[in-house]
Design a protein. Structure first.
Length: 540
């Protein structure tokens, strides 16, 4: 580029050349990742790692990084151009590695993904999927079977741990080469999150909810002790209704029973049509049911920022997958309704936290009375009778998930700070501290490594917590704007119009902290979420 060009002219040319290069590579990497999650074959593994490495190598180009650094972003008058400069600077900065380093990381990441996808637990020689293990822990009163199911669910940790630790060390090595303390520190910088600000928000959550959490846990332990005929002091992890105690079914109402005959796909279709944000085309493109070799979890993938948006689920009847399907299509709707006239680099959510906020907002709907009346098979009288219990169920879910997220966020920070420490003990120290779940006597297994997010979505879990805070603020802003009762979410075109205009449309043209101010009129804080929890408790 010639020095006579203005910073704005130079930046426009840089963006034009860059997008021309990375747009097809981004699409190829996304499709390769999608194919790997559908079928974890060796061929798909190699294709995914190769495509991801090609894309990252674009950002590793030292000459292009030098050109970008020579463009003074503060002198760019166009805010959209300035925002693109910020985002590109972050991407180039964290990828200044040699091709061999990038390829090694991407190959190991893809290989680990395949390990998690292909692994199936076994009990007495019989294979079990994650959905089947979840069903046992949710419904069985057989203490021995529950223990076997819980222990079987952790076996993937022992399979993956060596490769996962190798990946953690590689991530740290490359981050330290770039001048960061560790990979976690680099990830927060790339996410435009200040570590002290994150730490303060997490502490506000923990401290604010502590009395409510201890009250709930005492009540839950009494209930579980009576259910399984054991003293509450002797309750074990397998007495909870989830492999990681990240959800709970022991309080409130059995929403699986309420939604047993509710079609998750058709309900999701109807919900988004009712709010005037149809996602029928995305549902038709999605892969929604269990298959051998397929990823057992759920995610949303924006392939090309032009409408090719894909959702993967493993739907079975009941509340869990209804909530999950609404959650994932919340991500998808956000992607779909970003202003298509925005530059390519800005046609994505403002932040991981902001798209999680939308997904969590949608996932809260099944616990509301008006949603239950419309989409369950219960009579109007039953829905009214169940609504208070459903509210308690949502309260307990949010409390339980919040404390699970605190485990993940703090553990992952400590993992990257020192991957050579006794991680098995550290994991259970944090589980006991945050979740108040007792470790099994003498257990020394890499149970932490059973969580796929540590490999596939590193330094991510704090975004669920930030997203929950933002979701509470969005709910308040939406109800205030529409004029409904506080916290009462009506499925109407007015809700869709609010989300489209205030939440989706701007894409990544704002930083997340500016986005939350635009969307809700307030900075991000924990108090709205905490107040919502105490408000529900008081009403009950």
């Amino acid at each position: 580029m010639q020095s006579s060009k203005s910073p704005s002219d130079a930046m426009r040319r840089f963006v034009q050349d860059h997008v021309q290069l990375i747009e097809p590579l981004t699409r190829q990497a996304a499709i390769a990742h999608w194919q790997l999650q559908l079928s974890s074959t060796l061929e798909n593994n190699r294709a995914s790692s190769y495509a991801s490495a090609r894309l990252r190598n674009v950002y590793a180009d030292a000459d292009k990084w030098s050109v970008l650094q020579n463009i003074d972003g503060s002198n760019l008058e166009d805010p959209l151009l300035r925002r693109q400069h910020d985002l590109l600077s972050s991407m180039f900065r964290i990828n200044q590695l040699n091709p061999g380093e990038i390829q090694e990381i991407e190959e190991l990441r893809a290989s680990l993904s395949a390990q998690y996808n292909l692994h199936r637990a076994h009990i007495d020689g019989k294979e079990y999927s994650d959905n089947q293990l979840d069903t046992i822990l949710a419904n069985s009163d057989d203490g021995s079977l529950r223990q076997q199911a819980w222990e079987a669910s952790k076996t993937v940790g022992a399979v993956a741990v060596e490769s996962l630790l190798k990946l953690v060390r590689l991530r740290n090595k490359t981050a330290q080469k770039l001048g960061y303390k560790d990979y976690y520190d680099m990830s927060l910088d790339a996410q435009e999150i200040e570590p002290d600000e994150l730490g303060s928000l997490l502490k506000q959550l923990e401290d604010g909810c502590r009395p409510l959490w201890h009250k709930f846990r005492a009540r839950l332990d009494t209930q579980l002790g009576q259910q399984f005929g054991v003293d509450s002091s002797k309750l074990m992890p397998w007495h909870h209704s989830n492999r990681f105690f990240q959800t709970v079914r022991s309080e409130g109402i059995d929403l699986d029973h309420v939604y047993a005959k509710t079609d998750a796909v058709q309900t999701t279709r109807a919900v988004f049509n009712e709010i005037g944000l149809p996602v029928d085309d995305l549902i038709d493109r999605a892969d929604l049911y269990e298959k051998p070799g397929k990823c057992q979890h759920a995610f949303c993938l924006n392939v090309d920022r032009k409408g090719d948006i894909r959702v993967l689920c493993n739907i079975t009847p009941g509340e869990r997958w209804l909530t999950t399907t609404l959650h994932e299509f919340g991500h998808a709707a956000y992607d779909k309704y970003i202003d298509p006239s925005l530059p390519y680099l800005l046609r994505r959510p403002s932040h991981t936290m902001t798209t999680e906020a939308v997904a969590l907002f949608m996932g809260r709907l099944p616990s509301t009375a008006n949603f239950m009346q419309q989409f369950s098979q219960c009579s109007p009288e039953e829905c009214i009778a169940n609504s208070q219990k459903a509210a308690r169920g949502q309260l307990t879910h949010q409390l339980v998930f919040m404390h699970w997220c605190l485990v993940m966020a703090h553990f992952e920070k400590a993992l990257y700070a020192n991957p050579e420490q006794d991680l098995n003990t550290l994991w259970w120290d944090m589980v006991e501290h945050y979740q108040l779940v007792k470790r099994p006597d003498g257990r020394n297994e890499p149970d932490w490594a059973a969580k796929i997010h540590l490999a596939s979505s590193p330094a991510y879990y704090h975004n669920y917590l930030l997203g929950d805070m933002a979701a509470s603020q969005i709910t308040r802003a939406a109800t205030n704007h529409i004029g409904t009762a506080p916290g009462k979410i009506d499925l109407s075109p007015a809700l869709g119009a609010f989300l489209n205009q205030n939440v989706f449309k701007s894409g990544a043209s704002h930083r997340w902290d500016e986005w939350i101010r635009v969307a809700t009129g307030r900075p991000l804080e924990a108090q709205s979420f905490v107040d919502d929890l105490y408000g529900v408790e008081a009403a009950l």
